[in-house]
Write a protein that binds this ligand. Structure first.
Ligand code: 5GP
Length: 210
């Protein structure tokens, strides 16, 4: 027979479990698009308009660019550090992109979505499919350039890549654009403020309330 005090404990545990399990998780928003299409600027614009939105910082083995800082733009890692993260099963996904490795750390997203907050992952098309397979409710948005010529001009103008890297990024862009039909939404970045507004509208409609 269980005592009244024990009944209280059982009830407390039951109610606590209900509260825990009924907590709604935050939405995962995946933003992909060719290098140079303006994802970074768009994300900054979206963050200004949706204050509750967070962004995951990815890990990468590529070198930082002049204006980039560790833990702000990326967790810049050596190959050894990246291997360690793979071995400790710390990534929700990771991929080879342009001969370097990029990955989303579980720690970057778990706490945020468990607190019911929404998070943007800015990742490539392979990573997007891996996340979609694990978390089918993720919202996939692709940002496309108006034309390939336009993308090429943007990559040249930003002066962050050498000629060979620009060519590789344009080749990858063609591959990525061929995967556009795997995305829930496509936004063409012809005019930056319009692109930001379109994405804010999409997210306001598609993110589940919590
Ligand atoms: P960049 O070198 O221009 O910063 O990024 C190159 C590509 O890597 C972009 O297409 C970007 O979306 C992708 N990328 C950045 N972080 C991640 C990540 O965590 N996982 C995957 N799969 N791709 C990423």
């Amino acid at each position: 027979m269980i005592s009244l005090a024990q009944t209280g404990n059982v009830l407390y545990t039951y109610v606590f479990a209900m509260v825990k399990t009924s907590k709604i998780k935050g939405n995962i928003v995946i933003l992909s698009g060719p290098s140079g299409v303006g994802k970074g600027t768009i994300i900054n614009g979206v963050l200004k308009k949706i204050a509750s939105m967070r962004v995951a910082i990815s890990a990468t083995t590529r070198q930082p660019r002049r204006e980039e800082a560790n833990r702000k733009n990326y967790y810049f890692m050596s190959d050894y550090e990246f291997d360690e993260k793979i071995e400790s099963d710390s990534f929700v996904e990771w991929c080879n992109v342009l001969n370097k490795r990029y990955g989303t750390l579980k720690s970057e997203i778990e706490d945020t979505i468990n607190e019911g907050k929404d998070i943007i992952l800015e990742i490539d098309t392979q990573g997007a499919q891996k996340i979609k397979a694990k978390m089918p409710d993720s919202i996939l948005v692709f940002i496309a350039p108006p034309t390939m010529k336009d993308l090429e001009a943007r990559l040249i103008n930003r002066q962050t890549e050498q000629e060979i890297d620009i060519k590789n990024r344009l080749d990858k862009a063609k591959l990525e654009i061929s995967e556009i039909d795997k995305y829930d939404f496509v936004v063409v970045n012809k005019e930056i403020n319009k692109a930001i507004d379109s994405i804010v509208k999409i997210l306001t409609k598609s993110c589940k309330e919590h």
